[in-house]
Design a protein around this ligand. Structure first.
Ligand SMILES: Nc1ncnc2c1ncn2[C@@H]1O[C@H](/C=C/CNC(=O)c2cc([N+](=O)[O-])cc(O)c2O)[C@@H](O)[C@H]1O
Ligand SMILES: [Mg+2]
Length: 214
């Protein structure tokens, strides 16, 4: 049987990036996905918005829902201050296996905890398993119909605090209409849309940043 897209992406990283250099891993993935084979990474254009929001928040504890191959995991982890932690959740074991190798290749494994399993099961265990009081930053990039239920679950589990920033990918393409309605109509969030393009294309997409007001 042939290789998978994530496996080919990993090969491209091992061939073209410098071990321990996150920027070169990011560039190698972006080059591969732009010129060889598209993949659903947040990408270089939306990645700059992710970088700027992340730098502004400077989270001590961050959560990512939907690791995939670890591209945004690296974008986030490379900007974390010493001692800060990123927990990333992925339920596909094949994707998780590739992501672990890409994260390690970038030399960021000490800042990242990749947890395998469905977000719906893992979110309620965050406090007991990882000693998390609350998250300062959450990046939502998993199945789009999970954005609302998982946001509600984070609220119910007391994992959001006044000022926690949620950043959601793909609110336009493929789209997360229920999520946009939820955060925009809720008195508990202050939201704004960052217009951009779908990774490696000229199709419109964007990120929605929502601050939890408590
Ligand atoms: N409940 C859950 N718990 C844990 N892991 C979960 C999960 N639901 C999904 N995942 C994982 O998160 C990733 C899914 C991403 C969906 N994105 C997408 O479908 C997507 C599509 C396009 N697109 O089609 O252009 C562009 C994009 O940027 C996209 O993020 C996959 O790695 C999947 O295994
Ligand atoms: Mg996405």
């Amino acid at each position: 049987t042939g290789s998978t897209r994530p496996q080919r992406m990993l090969k491209a990283v091992q061939k073209n990036a410098t071990k321990g250099d996150p920027e070169s891993v990011i560039s190698a993935i972006d080059y591969y996905c732009r010129h060889r084979e598209w993949a659903m990474n947040v990408g270089d254009e939306k990645g700059l918005i992710l970088d700027s929001v992340l730098t502004e928040v400077n989270p001590g504890t961050a959560l990512e829902l939907g690791t995939y191959c670890g591209y945004s995991t690296i974008r986030i982890a490379r900007l974390l201050s010493p001692g800060s932690k990123l927990i990333t959740v992925e339920f596909n074991p094949d994707f998780a296996a590739v992501a672990r190798q890409i994260i390690a290749y970038a030399g960021l494994q000490d800042k990242v905890t990749l947890v395998e399993g469905p977000s719906g099961d893992l979110i309620p265990k965050m406090k007991e398993r990882f000693g998390i009081k609350s998250f300062d930053f959450v990046f939502l990039d998993h199945w789009k119909d999970r954005y609302v239920p998982d946001t509600k679950l984070l609220e119910d589990c007391g994992l959001l605090r006044k000022g926690t920033v949620l950043l959601a990918d793909n609110v336009i393409c493929p789209g997360a209409p229920e999520y946009l309605k939820y955060v925009k109509n809720s008195a508990h969030y202050e939201s704004r849309y960052y217009k951009s393009n779908l990774e490696y294309t000229t199709v419109e997409d964007g990120l929605e940043k929502s601050v939890f007001l408590g």
